[in-house]
Design a protein around this ligand. Structure first.
Ligand code: 13P
Ligand code: SF4
Length: 306
């Protein structure tokens, strides 16, 4: 009988499909992906692919970004319910009303938002390029940053800019426990702490390296330390173990002290749902052409600036 891996391989050929996956996907999905990356790398890859079908193993806003950038392709997501608490925190109508209160501000939105919110923004950014994008604007430019208030606060501190912040947060990164990190640091005094900038300021003050998932993986694998405390979704540890199995990667629990630090949306995707998506060519990401064009503008500005 054909196993699930051979089935996926066959369907991929039949559909002329490419599998893109984020680092927070479960290890089996990472292993069958043609390309892995953080939000910025995945957006670039989606723009460049010539495959007929993009099977996007990540969350909805990422697959939607792929469609905005490459509308000729059929973009599939294994589970349509794979959302994001940050994207959900900014409903477009509410966001539009809020933005209208600051007509003289430039709106920078983190890529973790819906196409409708992108369409209301001037520039999109990711965790890899947010600092550079803010710094590329004149010092006296008034800026709105949305939807992540924690990333926004971190960027305001880093760039010295006074950013108007929307109130969203990532439900995974928001609950990492400072106490737990301090406890792990005492237990592993040689370890370096690597954290994603969606964490709280209380957590980030203990970090040696703050950055995107790519930056965290790269440092963990290439840096001199043999023990690393990883303060982001533990999916990233799979790539670290593949690239450098000699080191010790320590995942951090959340405020309840458990290890339930996995993104519940990312983890909705499974190999079985990937097979169904390629068999049925659904769920497919679709949007009106006018929305796509409006959301494309700030994304193109991001790609030019990064
Ligand atoms: P990266 O772009 O750093 O991979 O982050 C995506 C994300 O959703 C973090 O929670
Ligand atoms: Fe969204 Fe947080 Fe999940 Fe990233 S980890 S996709 S920001 S809910």
């Amino acid at each position: 009988m054909e196993d699930i891996f051979s089935k996926l391989e066959r369907l991929k050929k039949e559909r002329n499909a490419v599998i893109l996956a984020h680092f927070y996907q479960e290890p089996d999905i990472q292993d069958v992906a043609d390309f892995m990356g953080d939000s910025l790398a995945l957006a670039r890859q989606a723009q460049q692919t010539s495959a007929d079908v993009i099977l996007f193993c990540g969350v909805h806003f990422m697959a939607e970004t792929a469609k905005i950038l490459n509308p000729q392709r059929t973009v599939l997501i294994p589970d349509l319910e794979a959302g994001c608490s940050l994207a959900d925190s900014a409903p477009a109508d509410e966001f539009s009303r809020w933005v209208r209160k600051y007509p003289d501000h430039t709106v920078i939105s983190y890529i973790n938002c819906s196409a409708a919110v992108k369409a209301l923004s001037d520039i999109i950014c990711t965790s890899s390029n947010a600092e550079r994008i803010i710094n590329s604007l004149p010092e006296d430019e008034k800026i709105i940053f949305a939807p992540d208030r924690l990333l926004g606060a971190y960027l305001a501190k880093k760039t010295g800019r006074d950013l108007k912040l929307w109130h969203g947060a990532c439900q995974v990164h928001e609950i990492f426990s400072e106490q737990e990190i301090v406890r792990l640091k005492v237990r592993h005094p040689q370890a370096k702490v690597l954290a994603h900038p969606e964490c709280t300021a209380a957590v980030l003050q203990h970090a040696d390296i703050i950055g995107s998932t790519t930056k965290i993986i790269q440092y963990a694998v290439e840096g001199p330390e043999t023990e690393l405390i990883i303060v982001t979704e533990p999916g990233v540890i799979h790539q670290m173990e593949l690239a450098n199995p000699e080191k010790t990667y320590i995942a951090v629990g959340n405020t309840e002290g458990c290890s339930c630090n996995e993104c519940p949306y990312m983890r909705l995707n499974t190999l079985e749902k990937m097979v169904t998506a390629l068999e049925t060519l659904s769920p497919e990401i679709t949007m009106t052409e006018s929305l796509r064009l409006a959301a494309l503008k700030p994304l193109e500005r991001m790609l030019e600036l990064s």
